[in-house]
Design a protein. Structure first.
Length: 71
């Protein structure tokens, strides 16, 4: 369950970045190429920053399963 929550947080960050970039590119069309480039970099950073919490959530879920099964 924790893994799904972490994946949701990553997805929410990506959606927020895309919405902000789309609105920014609409507001400043001459800078749209730069805005989208920066957005793609920001999305990569969001994904990279989400890896460690995702790994921790996976470990916690696995520990919970092992504890529930008595192993």
């Amino acid at each position: 369950m924790r893994v799904l929550i972490e994946l949701f947080h990553i997805a929410a960050g990506i959606v927020a970045a895309l919405v902000i970039a789309a609105l920014s590119a609409w507001a400043v069309p001459r800078a749209a190429d730069t805005i989208w480039f920066i957005d793609y970099v920001a999305i990569a950073v969001i994904v990279v920053m989400g890896i460690q919490p995702l790994r921790g959530a996976w470990r916690a879920d696995q520990a919970g399963k092992q504890g529930a099964n008595g192993q």
